[in-house]
Write a protein that binds this ligand. Sequence first.
Ligand SMILES: [Zn+2]
Length: 427
Amino acid sequence: MNPTANYIENLLNVKDPCLNFVDCSQTTYKGRKVIMCTAIAELDTCPNCKSADDYIYNGFKVVHIPYISADESNPVIIKVKKHGIFCKNCELYSYPSTQIVDKYCHISNAVKRKIIVGLTKDHSMTSIAEENGVSVTTVQRYLDHCSAQFTPSFDSLPEHLAFDEFRGVGRKLHFICQDGEKHTIVAILENRFKNTIIKYFLQFPEIVRKTVRTVSMDLNCYYGDIVRQIFPNAELVIDRFHMVQMVNRSFIGFRVQVMKQLDKKSREYKLLKRYWKLYMKKYKDLEGSKQFYDRCLKVPYTPAQIVDEGLKCNETLKNTYDFMQDFVYALADKDTKKINDLLDSNIGQYCEQLKTTIRTFRKNRRAVINGAKMSYSNGCLEGVNRKIKQIERTAYGYSNFTHLLKRIRLEQNIICFKKSTKQTCSV
Ligand SMILES: [Zn+2]
């Protein structure tokens, strides 16, 4: 091999025995400045009958193959001159074929690989298309290609599931279900209607559905009925972060209500308004000994004193605060007895919002207790939801649910995908 051919081959990282590189220069192609690498492809035997001497040359055709380049403003194009032959033995015309591009394809395999790698990252399809010198439709086509491996199988279900929803195409809510232990996505459905969810899970045979042991979810939905209907052996688990959020919101709502009744210049108002963050902290974590001088109130206080003073202005607020603190501690300690006691306490002493929350907890007592004593929660799903939000933002929103779904699948399953990238690309 001559040194030029060797140099170009190494430069492009093309290892194809039937290509013989002869030149590499900067020219203009279709009105663009490009780096054109010229190669000659010849046949030394007939591909049909393997005859080595009984053929004649029969003209040549030139193909231009776009190749990957580091600088997208200066694309690399491989110009292949294919010498055709006519075999006298089998009376057929044939042309040499190269490994860098598939038969009947125009885009090189290296570019396809780069597109697929780009799709697994947080890049928009438009930017991937621009980077590789292809159209957006082409990128979408490869997305369709590689997502073919994500066809759902109805042979097994994880033992622990987590249900949630996220906002997607057209601000609609989509249903998402995840494996509670391995954190892989089990299903994403276009909407969260009862019928859609039931129809999807009924595709699994009953034996498979019976293997599901727990399903964790939010409280404010009808998922409970669905779970009882389709997973006969599953225990409901209410997400503990969601429970804390509900109790916290009850307290915040009532605190604002109390504040509205107070004079804005009063000491109580300032205590409740200015230091609202202290009320949301765990009481034991508040600094109880070191005082700091408060310029607004013109007295030295410790954070714990501020909370105590603020709560003095309203008895119901104090009771609500105590419930919130006890509930958070009981959840953290997995103290189910304490939670039962709290739910059984006299709800007359609390604010209206908290009364409603406690009534809801009472209705779902078993699921609430499960949420406290089991380690399963929807925490993993919140992470996935954040990732999905990022995918949507990068693309400035999706109008096609299927494309969004494929992209989520692809970016989520990067690790499993990378193992099979080679197979997918050669399809
Ligand atoms: Zn032949």
